[in-house]
Design a protein around this ligand. Structure first.
Ligand code: PGA
Length: 251
């Protein structure tokens, strides 16, 4: 059984003080609703991680980073090392988000190196994949996603693969208010699991959680989570208000 996994990607929002406030509101909600059986992750900006890690001690809220360097230390101005993340009690790291790929030119080869480095340090990667609108309209969405998964997971050990999460995020659905239909999302997620099965075999592919991301809101989470293969959500905009995020956690 895969435990549902809801993650909030705060992107470039929230100062350290604002982050503490939001994290506390989620923490309070979880403390008052102990029966919720969902793994909850928040991914504040780097500048808030330390403050949030000091304030929130609830094992039900894990902390994630939004990116990471594949280097550990050295002359890499502006980069953040996995060792720095670990010291702040970060357990997960989002890698290959479409904004990193599109706006900052991250290539599959680099994402592959980051995933390997994260795993080496026991940080759990959330690998984001997804097609553009053009690719979907020309029927190339599966081809695109398969290429990303095979290149991003190249030479990654079977033993470590089950700690990876995949987030299927069609680029045209991110921040646009357009969601993939729950059937289309489920269909792609099933397909992703079949690729994972080809690479890692049945056992491991059944352990890997696959989230959907792209305009997930309180009003559509239930329908998405009711689908057979969707294990959770990577939530952007709606993770910035505790009321919305808490409703999503409590789908
Ligand atoms: P969104 O973002 O929920 O605002 O569409 C999702 C994401 O980019 O992870």
């Amino acid at each position: 059984m895969r435990i549902p996994f809801i993650a909030g990607n705060w992107k470039m929002h929230k100062t350290p003080e604002e982050s503490i406030k939001l994290a506390k509101e989620i923490d309070d909600f979880l403390k008052n609703n102990e029966d919720i059986e969902v793994d909850v992750l928040i991914c504040p900006p780097f500048t808030s991680l330390y403050a949030v890690s000091k304030e929130i001690k609830n094992p039900k809220i894990q902390l994630g980073a939004q990116n990471m360097s594949y280097e550990e230390e050295g002359a890499f101005t502006g980069e953040i090392s996995p060792l720095m993340l670990k010291e702040m009690n970060v357990k997960y790291v989002i890698l290959g988000h479409s904004e990193r790929r599109q706006l900052f030119g991250e290539k599959d080869e680099e994402i592959n190196k980051k995933i390997k480095k994260a795993l080496e340090h026991d940080l759990k990667p959330i690998l984001c994949v997804g097609e553009t609108l053009e690719e979907r309209e020309s029927g190339k969405e599966k081809e695109k996603v398969k290429k990303q998964i095979t290149e991003d997971l190249k030479d990654i050990d079977k033993e470590k693969a089950s700690s990876i999460t995949i987030a299927y995020e069609p680029i045209w659905a991110i921040g646009t208010g357009k969601t993939a239909s729950s059937n289309d999302a489920n269909d792609m997620i099933k397909y992703i699991r079949s690729i994972l099965k080809e690479i890692y075999g049945m056992d491991v592919s059944e352990k890997i959680r696959i989230q959907y991301g792209g305009s997930v809101k309180p009003h559509n989470i239930n329908e998405l989570m009711n689908k057979s293969d969707i294990d959770g959500a990577l939530v952007g905009g709606a993770s910035l208000k505790s009321k919305d995020f808490n409703e999503i956690i409590d789908f």
